[in-house]
Write a protein that binds this ligand. Structure first.
Ligand code: TRP
Length: 457
C-alpha cells in the first residue's frame, strides 16, 4: 500500500480529527441557519427532507471527501491533481478544488460578518441591556446593528483576527489546540441550554413543529435548500473535509469516523432547533421570520425569562465557539495551498488569506445597508441583497456541484481498488452499499434536485 505524507503535519489521534471535523461541521449552519430555514419552510417536512439528503447525499460525499484527502495528503487543489494523475484522468479535475477553495473564501467572508453579529449580541446579552426588551425594541436593536457598517466592520475584524490567529499556528498547535478546548465547552453549553429550554420553554410544541410533516409546504425551492443545507452543514463540497482528511492518521477508519461526525452534527442541529423553538413558542413569537430568528426573535424571549441575560449570553457564546471552529476549516484549504504552492510560511499565508476574506466581507456589510435589492431564485421565495446572492451561489450552486464532482470522481474515475484500499473493507456490505450510493444515487439525486429548482425538469 502506498503512502504519501502531509507537509502540514497530522492530527495526533482519531479523537482530534473527530473534534476538528465536528467543529468544522457544527457552526452557524446548525444553530442559526438550520432553525431559521426550518421556520421559513414550515417545519417537519423540511426537517425530514434534510435528513434524507444527509443520508443519501451528505454522508456518502463526506466519506468520499475525507478519503480523497487522505489519499492525496495535500491541499484540495493538489490532492485533486494528484488523484486525477493516479487515475490517468484529465487534469482539469483540479478545477473542482479551485472552485471549492474560492467558495470557502466566499462563505468565510459572510460567515465572519454573522459571527461578528453573534459577538455583538454576546456583549449585549451579558450586559443585561436586553432584559424585558419589547418586540419593537429588539427589532430596532437589530436594525441599528445591520444599518451601521462601522460597528459591523469592527466585529467582523475581531472575528477574522481570531480565525487568523488560530490558523497561523498550524495543525497541531493551532487547529488541534483550539478544538481541544472549544469542543468540550461547546457540548457543555448546549447541554445547559437544552436543560434550560426543557424547564422554561414549550418543548412539546417545538417537537411538534420540527417533527410533524406537512408536505404541502414542500416546494422545489425547499428541496434544493434542504439539499444545499445538507452540504453546508457537513462542510462538504468546498474541500475543507478533504484537507482535514489529509491530516488523518492512516490506520483510522474513515467510514466509521465520518458517520460519527455527521451524527454529532445532526444531533447538534436538532437540539439547537428544539432549544430555539421551545423558547420562541413559549412566548408566542413567530418561527418564520428568517435570518433574524435568533437575533430579533430569541432575545425577546430570553429577555422575559428567569436568568435570561445569563442563559442568553451562554447561547451567543455557544454560537461564537461554533463559528470559530468552522471558520478555521473554511480558510484551511487556501492556506495549505498557499504554503504548498508558493512556499510561504503559514503565518503569511494565513494573514493574506484572512485579508482577502475580510475585504470580501466588507462587500457583504455594505450590501446590507447601502445597496439592497431583491430577486428570486428557484421560484417562489424572495431574496434580498448580495448576502443572499453569495449564500445561494455557494450553498445552492457551488457546494452541490462540487459534491456531484466528488461523487462522480470517486465512483467512476478512481479505480475501485484504490478506493477500497483507502477505505478498507472492500468486501463488506457497508462498502458495497456506500459505493453503490456514491455511483448512482448521489449523482442522480443532486442533479434532479438541482435541475428541478432551476426549472429545467
Ligand atoms: N458547516 C458549517 C456550518 O454548519 C459551515 C460550512 C460550510 C463550513 N462549508 C464549510 C465550515 C466548510 C467549514 C468548512 O456552519
Amino acid at each position: 500500500m502506498y503512502q504519501r505524507i502531509s507537509i502540514h503535519g497530522q492530527w495526533s489521534s482519531r479523537l482530534m480529527f473527530i473534534l476538528a471535523a465536528t467543529g468544522s461541521a457544527v457552526g452557524l449552519g446548525n444553530i442559526w441557519k438550520f432553525p431559521y430555514l426550518t421556520g421559513e419552510y414550515g417545519g417537519g417536512a423540511f426537517v425530514l427532507v434534510y435528513l434524507i439528503c444527509l443520508a443519501l447525499v451528505g454522508i456518502p460525499i463526506l466519506i468520499a471527501e475525507v478519503m480523497m484527502g487522505r489519499r492525496g495528503r495535500q491541499s484540495p487543489v493538489f490532492s485533486w491533481q494528484t488523484l486525477a494523475a493516479d487515475a490517468g484522468a484529465n487534469g482539469s479535475w483540479k478545477l473542482v478544488g479551485w472552485a471549492g477553495m474560492l467558495a470557502g473564501l466566499i462563505i468565510l467572508s459572510y460567515y465572519s460578518v454573522i459571527a461578528g453579529w453573534t459577538l455583538a449580541y454576546l456583549v449585549r446579552m451579558a450586559s443585561g441591556s436586553l432584559i424585558r426588551v419589547t418586540e419593537e425594541g429588539a427589532g430596532s436593536i437589530f436594525t441599528q446593528l445591520v444599518m451601521d457598517p462601522e460597528r459591523m466592520l469592527a466585529w467582523h475584524t475581531i472575528f477574522m483576527v481570531m480565525t487568523i490567529k488560530v490558523i497561523s499556528r498550524g495543525v497541531k498547535k493551532g487547529l488541534e489546540q483550539a478544538v481541544r478546548i472549544l469542543m468540550p465547552l461547546l457540548f457543555a453549553l448546549l447541554l445547559v441550554l437544552v436543560i434550560y429550554a426543557w424547564r422554561h420553554g414549550d418543548f412539546a410544541q417545538a417537537y411538534e413543529f420540527m417533527f410533524n410533516s406537512d408536505f404541502s409546504k414542500l416546494t422545489p425551492a425547499a428541496l434544493l435548500t434542504a439539499l444545499g443545507h445538507a452540504f453546508f452543514t457537513l462542510s462538504v463540497g468546498v474541500g475543507a473535509m478533504m484537507v482535514y482528511g489529509a491530516y488523518l492518521p492512516s490506520r483510522v477508519s474513515i467510514a466509521k469516523t465520518s458517520i460519527l461526525v455527521a451524527l454529532l452534527d445532526t444531533i447538534v442541529a436538532l437540539l439547537a432547533g428544539l432549544v430555539i423553538f421551545s423558547i420562541v413558542f413559549a412566548h408566542d413569537l413567530a418561527a418564520g421570520d428568517g435570518p433574524g430568528l435568533i437575533f430579533q426573535t430569541l432575545p425577546i424571549a430570553f429577555g422575559q425569562m428567569p436568568g435570561g441575560s445569563f442563559f442568553g449570553a451562554l447561547f451567543f457564546l455557544l454560537l461564537v465557539f461554533t463559528a470559530w471552529t468552522s471558520s478555521i476549516a473554511l480558510i484551511e484549504p487556501m492556506v495549505s495551498w498557499l504554503v504548498e504552492k508558493r512556499d510561504v510560511d503559514r503565518i503569511r499565508a494565513a494573514i493574506w488569506t484572512g485579508i482577502v476574506a475580510w475585504l470580501l466581507g466588507i462587500v457583504t456589510i455594505l450590501s446590507l445597508n447601502s445597496w439592497s435589492f431583491s430577486f428570486s431564485f428557484g421560484g417562489q421565495l424572495k431574496h434580498h441583497g448580495l448576502f443572499d446572492v453569495l449564500d445561494i451561489l455557494t450553498s445552492s450552486i457551488i457546494l452541490p456541484l462540487g459534491g456531484l464532482c466528488v461523487a462522480l470522481f470517486v465512483g467512476w474515475v478512481m479505480s475501485r481498488e484504490s478506493v477500497s484500499e483507502e477505505l478498507g473493507g472492500g468486501k463488506s456490505i457497508g462498502f458495497k452499499l456506500w459505493y453503490f450510493v456514491v455511483r448512482f444515487i448521489t449523482p442522480v439525486a443532486v442533479l434532479l434536485v438541482f435541475l428541478r429548482a432551476i426549472g429545467v425538469v
